[in-house]
Ligand binder design. Structure first.
Ligand code: ADP
Length: 449
């Protein structure tokens, strides 16, 4: 096992990783920008290194500074968390070239899954169901029109280098196609410096369901069931559940087994998430994230397995601590992402937290780096914490979540907690009846007016 791990991240996820390290008896190194000198992950780490000014490009994304921090502290491995450099194949290669283990999959696997066309091809080769679409890039508008006729309208044109929904355009009919194609290429070029685009059938009312996998890097892998992350705003997940209200044990086992086998065949190492759209009982691969996800705690809640510990074990060559037959799904879990934003307008609300009282009790977990008196810097993502609630079934989980939302007090800044108080009272949410468009439609009803 490693003696010392450097955590190349900040906020709640840095703290989350630090906790796993402590429980494994591993010393921790925090890194921070000058804006984060007072952060909880810095306070609780065994050592800390300031790696630059507030701007992420000069600190948390600054590879030479991170490598230097490893060298100065003698860290043997780096955990990248999520976001920042967690899916940067070059970072994985560079740290390993300096004799430091990257806690995650190989640079090659990161690279394959980072390229959407390559990822989809690989998924298909591994037996994962994909959205009907073009075989690779569509080079001309004529080819796009021809292809759209074969799969039928509406179609989606997507950037190969895509991310965050950019470079993605819908063509409802042949009349829209030329414009959608040109706009998608233009946006892709501007956002990613690469104008390659491909095409897919547009699914109209899918759910977003993702499968958590763990690979040992030696041909062994398990799945830990799925998460339903359909409640999204602008492609950002807001509320996640495990298991999905839409699946039964049989469909869960079926898609889980396909994913575990694919990951095993790939020789994948560590945690990964295979994301699908799910419509009319069918799964359609959209992408694989080669890192820990924000919403991983709901999977931990229903399986009792610490995903960060498993990531570290695999990176250290100790293998997974569980086999598929050990994994059981107990009860139901929901995560609410608490952002420092106005709940009605989503305007960021950085500033000082003057009073802080998180909920507690049986089945309640709050992953957050904030505390009373903490000043949220304006430079980073607005996620300030995650409320994760577990119950023996979905009804108990919802009742507990309602109680927790009533208890949660964060004063001095605005948060998205009031939005969850609205959601918990909604009948569709109570029934688990929602797709990826539900939340945006709900917000159009102006629930705060
Ligand atoms: P990005 O990497 O840009 O986020 P994704 O491929 O993950 O792109 O797609 C982002 C979102 O767009 C998905 O979560 C889903 O909501 C929607 N989407 C993607 N592909 C399709 C499709 N074929 N049909 C309908 N919606 C889609």
């Amino acid at each position: 096992m490693f003696n010392k791990i450097l955590i190349a991240n900040r906020g709640e996820i840095a703290l989350r990783v630090l906790r796993a390290c402590k429980e494994l008896g591993i010393r921790t190194v925090a890194v921070h920008s000058t804006a984060d000198a007072d952060a909880m992950h810095v306070r609780l780490a065994d050592e800390s290194v300031c790696i630059g000014p507030p701007k992420a490009s000069e600190s948390y994304l600054n590879i030479p500074q991170l490598v230097a921090a490893c060298e100065i502290t003698g860290a043997e491995a780096v955990h990248p968390g999520y976001g920042f450099l967690s899916e940067n194949a070059r970072f994985a290669e560079i740290v390993e070239a300096h004799g430091v283990k990257f806690i995650g999959p190989s640079a090659e696997h990161i690279r394959i899954m980072g390229d959407k066309i390559e990822a989809k091809r690989t998924a298909q080769r591994l037996g994962i169901p994909v959205v009907p679409g073009s075989d690779g890039a569509v080079e001309t508008v004529e080819a796009a029109a021809e292809f759209a006729e074969t799969i039928g309208y509406p179609v989606l044109i997507k950037a190969s280098a895509g991310g965050g929904g950019r470079g993605m355009k819908v063509a409802k009919s042949p009349d829209d196609l030329a414009e959608a194609y040109a706009t998608a290429r233009g946006e892709a070029k501007a956002a990613f410096g690469d104008d390659a685009v491909y095409m897919e059938k547009l699914l109209l009312t899918p759910r977003h369901i993702e499968v958590q996998v763990l690979g040992d890097g030696k041909g062994g892998a398990v799945h830990l069931g799925e998460r339903d992350c359909s409640l999204q705003r602008r492609h950002q997940k807001v509320w996640e559940e495990a298991n999905s209200p839409a699946l039964n044990a049989e469909s869960r086992e079926k898609i889980g087994a396909i994913c575990a086998k694919a990951v095993a065949d790939l020789g994948y190492a560590g945690a990964g998430t295979i994301e699908f759209l799910y419509e009319n009982g069918e799964f359609y691969f959209i992408e694989m994230n080669t890192r820990l996800q924000v919403e991983h705690p709901i999977t931990e809640a229903i399986t009792g397995i610490d995903l960060v510990v498993e990531q570290i074990r695999v990176a250290a060559g100790a293998g997974l601590s569980v086999k598929q037959s050990d994994i059981e799904f107990k009860g139901h879990a929901i995560e609410c992402r608490i952002n420092a934003e106005n709940a009605a307008t989503f305007t960021p609300s950085p500033g000082q937290i003057t009073y802080y009282h998180p909920p507690g009790g049986l089945g309640v977990r709050v992953d957050s780096g904030v505390y009373q008196g903490y000043r949220i810097p304006p430079y980073y993502d607005s996620l300030i914490g995650k409320l994760i609630v577990h119950g023996r079934n979905r009804v108990e989980c919802l009742m507990r979540l309602r109680r927790c939302l009533d208890e949660f007090v964060v004063d001095g800044i605005e948060t998205t907690i009031p939005l969850f108080r609205k959601l918990i009272d909604n009948q569709d949410i109570a029934n688990g009846m929602y797709d990826i468009h539900w939340l945006e439609k709900f917000l159009e009803t102006r629930p705060f007016d």
